[in-house]
Ligand binder design. Sequence first.
Ligand code: PLI
Length: 477
Amino acid sequence: MSRQSWAEPWRIKVVEPLRMTSRAERERAIRDAGYNTFLLPSDDVYIDLLTDSGTSAMSDRQWAGMMLGDEAYAGSRNFYHLQDAVRQYYGYPHVIPTHQGRGAEHTLSRALIKPGDHVPGNMYFTTTRAHQELAGATFHDIIVDIAHDPVSECPFKGDVDLSKLDALVRHVGADRIPYVSVAATVNMAGGQPISLANLRAVRAFTRAHGIRLILDATRAVENAWFIQQREPGQKSRTVAEILFEMCALSDGATMSGKKDSLVNIGGWLGLREDAVADEARNLVVLFEGLHSYGGLAGRDLEAMAIGIEESVREEHIRSRIGQVLYLGQALIDAGIPVVRPIGGHAVYLDAAAMLPHLPRDQFPAQALAAALYVESGIRSMERGAVSAGRDALTGANLYPALELVRLTIPRRVYTQAHMDVVAESVIALHEVREQVHGLQFTYEPQRLRFFQARFKPVDAAGMFSDAERPERALAMS
Ligand code: PLI
């Protein structure tokens, strides 16, 4: 009999106690943090859904691997293990470790982009676009329009719109496009996958125009699982086989191992072209570390090599995404507006739909994330106008179609009961949503402003209006 449950293929060996806080403590904490969940001390957080980046629980095999760290400056045995794992599962002959994903993005952008170039991508990601712009490129969003619609059930909202790509090539010329940047899955669209059919079509197009295709492979294993589940003709293939084909369609990849690969730190740049790899290695020794450790300790390389092998197992990925779908379904059943279909690494609340009384320049998603923390001790992340930042040329605030709060699920960390608490807390907040006030900047950093920005409520009454809120079953005070 085939098992229906997504139950975890592991059991718990070590636990990490969490600190419970009172509502008054949380009100103080969020005020001190400038209403930015990034600025909260994690000791003040109960369930931490800020990110799935570097927050996974490592396996006993990974921890054992840490003891096998070879901390030689050059040619550590752990580098060769990592190189073997990347070659086996991702297929890139050149493997250059970096301290994390943005180290790979920085290296690649510097190696390939010339000032005045253009880089199209299936929606922006914060650090990816920032490094493209820093190297002198203009980013162009070429994702399908449906990606901007939170309620559409389209199974592959991460697809590239080839007519948008074609129009850009005609407008600026293929020689001004060093590469097309394709993310799998698409974080800012709600963790939505790209289909294999679309990736093949993008490959055919880029090949015909002599343009490189670079994959953001950060959550490509999760994307491969969606392809297996949803795309006609893919059911009988393994996630590992699909992942390998996805990478085979690209000329290189940037990778944050902190997501799919189940480690707390680490990344890599994978490349096929010898000359580009040479240039990337030249840059890595300047900015990251020697080309065989890229800013990581030998033990980190080992944990990532083992994590890659664990990440592509069917049981693992089924359970990982099963947990995300479990939370998403609980919220859908309760009528909470979330991005549909549920993505791979997170459930995204549609803050614009939930707080329609707040104008965009009062940052509804930032306010909702702060309010959820005050109500429940759950930490989430804004993924809307604050994250989008300002137009690189005009300096005007960008207002993306999606104004979201991301409930990001770390891998192998929280239980089904934790997911129940999250669902109940969001539902309780939804009931009093009219009372949530908007926010305004008190400090706005120049780059990647969402990380360190500070805010205050626009209303003198504070985060919430004074009206009495009903008792919530799960508020911890
Ligand atoms: O955080 P890094 O530097 O290891 O990786 C940067 C990065 C690149 N691509 C994508 C799709 C990401 O999601 C990403 C990092 N994401 C974070 C930190 C997140 O919270 O989603």
